[in-house]
Design a protein around this ligand. Structure first.
Ligand code: UD2
Length: 308
């Protein structure tokens, strides 16, 4: 496999690059380094790094030359930013997506896997959510990802392009920048712990999420590239945890009580989220099996080191 990873210097991208190199794939990264970092990537004879943008057709044409597969992760990934700057978000997440799709078609790549998101569902109609449940996006970001899914379907039926959208749930793990506007609650909480500050919980903390460790996500991405599954597929553990439960696990890991401050629940916050993961197991043969306690321990060690 010769894989182009767009957004390969980012959080999920860099872990996916590592997983691909591990199985002996040749990898080319295309990243504009707006949020991705070169230091996230190893130096490796099978890895080439290009600085460029998915909004620039020339950059993509150049990047896609000779590759057999595309893992498209480059995106404007902040729900909040998409609400504040919908035009910019649309340019990156829809126009940029179509640029990559069209490059995949023109260069007749064997397979493209791209990042979709649980954000397409908005407030879930029922739990756990299945891939064929109706989508009701409640942010431009969610809408853009849903449009990506429709484009991919259309390119599959019109041009027989082999494609799969991977719908990530709440991904956590090393290299998720806690200061970025799209940082997840776990990286924020660990940052608060590092700063010896109390944890801020929006609402009563009973909200639940399917927290999935980034190495499992990278494993799913590799399996998705190797499979011929089409449509969309959840990437999640199948088990959801409340925030209070997560804080309890963090507290046990570091061996002391954590101070918690409650603030009003945020507008648009979803109370519960849970994923069906049958397609992930059956079509991709993947289980996101890192125990929550182990994932948190790895992350704590990475961030706090000896301070933990
Ligand atoms: C996740 C995704 C988002 C989108 C959405 C779709 C992440 C980081 N975000 O948003 O991109 O796909 O799912 O449903 O994966 N919270 C606190 N204190 C904090 C920060 C957060 O209490 O300091 C709460 C927050 O109000 C929410 C929960 O923690 O109830 C999870 O928040 P999040 O931002 O990690 O993820 P989520 O599910 O809102």
């Amino acid at each position: 496999m010769y894989v182009l990873v767009t957004g390969g210097a980012g959080f999920i991208g860099s872990h996916s690059v590592e997983a691909l190199l591990k199985i002996g794939a040749r990898v080319r990264v295309l990243d504009n380094f707006s949020t991705g970092k070169r230091q996230n990537l190893p130096s490796h004879p099978n890895l080439e790094i290009l600085s460029g943008d998915i909004q620039d057709v020339k950059d993509i044409s150049h990047a896609v030359a000779n590759v057999t597969h595309i893992l498209h992760l480059a995106a404007q990934v902040s729900v909040q930013d998409s609400l504040v700057h919908p035009t910019k978000s649309c340019s990156i997440n829809i126009q940029g997506f179509v640029n990559v799709l069209e490059a995949a078609r023109k260069h007749q790549v064997d397979r493209m896997v791209y990042a979709s998101s649980a954000a397409v569902y908005g407030y879930p109609q029922q739990l756990p959510i299945a891939e064929d449940d109706a989508v009701h996006p409640i942010s431009p970001y969610g809408l853009e990802k849903s449009v990506n899914d429709q484009y991919a379907d259309l390119f599959h039926s019109l041009f027989n392009c082999s494609m799969l959208g991977v719908r990530y749930f709440n991904v956590y793990g090393p290299r998720q920048d806690p200061k970025s506007p799209y940082a997840g609650v776990i990286s924020k909480f660990i940052h608060f712990i590092e700063q010896q500050q109390p944890l801020t919980v929006f609402g009563d903390g009973s909200q639940t999420r399917d927290f999935v460790f980034v190495s499992d996500v990278a494993k799913a991405n590799v399996a998705a590239l190797r499979s011929d599954a089409t449509g969309v597929c959840h990437v999640a553990t199948g088990t959801s945890r409340s925030l209070l439960d997560m804080i309890q696990v963090l507290s046990t890991c570091i061996g002391r009580e954590l101070q918690v401050i409650h603030q009003d629940a945020q507008a648009g916050d979803i109370p519960h989220s849970a994923a069906h993961v049958e397609k992930l197991a059956q079509a991709l043969g993947v289980q996101c099996s890192t125990r929550f306690e182990d994932g948190l321990r790895i992350l704590l060690k990475e961030v706090l080191g000896s301070k933990g």
